[in-house]
Design a protein around this ligand. Structure first.
Ligand SMILES: O=P(O)(O)OC[C@H]1O[C@](O)(CO)[C@@H](O)[C@@H]1O
Length: 250
């Protein structure tokens, strides 16, 4: 596992975008696993900037997103499909048919999840999976206690996640209670994993995930068992790791 410590959010975003760029340059038709949430926004902004400068092309890239809220249409401003269009897809040359986000309006969520697992397999698996992490150590919407063996599945969000995501909605009641999410098994099958973390409020989760025991209580702790993980964080988010003496690259 490699840990890169960046001065601040902007530097962290640039570093993460560099890693994604390298993946796209080395394998132009790679499969990128993409994430939503506040943390990767700066990474996407940087990728768009480089694309606009002509440094990068996504023309052959395929993408699969981690999760989607149940009940939100792709046009809802808080849906993850909307987020991806708004933050990345609408600004680069990725082909619309090559971008994949779970359908939160699927009549049969189980069939939607099964089809998504097959899609990932048919694409040849994920080359690089970008991840953020929740305060309770969740990755995608895999909440504490969820089975590590799950593939894409229907999730009931925890109160803590609903609280954390209320900032994106008008009020707490509007936050969906369910989501469709890739499972830990899908994530662990990605060839490479890139996690981005920012802010002091994530420091404890980062510590628990990478220094604590591997346990379903902290879903991200499973990443300790993945052979190719890169963690990119700002100083604040990595502060407890550094205090504990975990070696980090500058
Ligand atoms: O980057 P943020 O906004 O802190 O979110 C962290 C995590 O929470 C989620 O947004 C889901 O609640 C994930 O998609 C993300 O990895």
């Amino acid at each position: 596992m490699r840990i890169y410590q960046s001065e601040d959010y902007q530097a962290m975003s640039r570093r993460a975008a560099n890693i994604i760029s390298a993946q796209v340059i080395y394998k132009p038709d790679c499969v990128l696993g993409l994430a939503t949430g506040g943390t990767p926004v700066g990474t996407y902004r940087q990728l768009v900037e480089w694309y606009k400068k002509g440094d990068l092309s996504f023309a052959e890239v395929r993408s699969v997103n981690l999760d989607e809220y149940v009940g939100l249409s792709p046009h809802h401003e808080q849906s993850y499909r909307y987020f991806m269009q708004d933050n990345l897809f609408d600004h680069i040359d990725i082909k619309p048919e090559n971008t994949h986000v779970l359908n939160g309006l699927a009549k049969n969520p189980e069939a939607e999840c099964a089809a998504y697992n097959k899609l990932i397999q048919d694409l040849g698996g994920i080359d690089l999976q970008l991840l953020g992490m929740g305060h309770n150590g969740h990755i995608a919407f895999n909440e504490p206690g969820d089975d590590f063996g799950l593939e894409t599945h229907l999730v009931t969000l925890t109160d803590r996640t609903i609280d954390a995501n209320t900032r994106f909605f008008d009020n707490r009641d509007e936050v969906p209670r369910h989501a469709l999410s890739m499972g830990i098994k899908n994530i662990m099958h990605a060839r490479r994993i890139l996690m981005v973390v920012s802010g002091e409020d994530k420091a404890e989760a980062v510590y628990n995930a990478f220094v604590g025991p591997v346990t379903t209580d902290v879903p991200a702790s499973i990443l300790q068992l993945h052979p190719d993980v890169t963690l990119v964080g700002d100083k604040a988010a990595l502060s407890k790791l550094v205090e504990a003496g975990v070696p980090v690259c500058g």
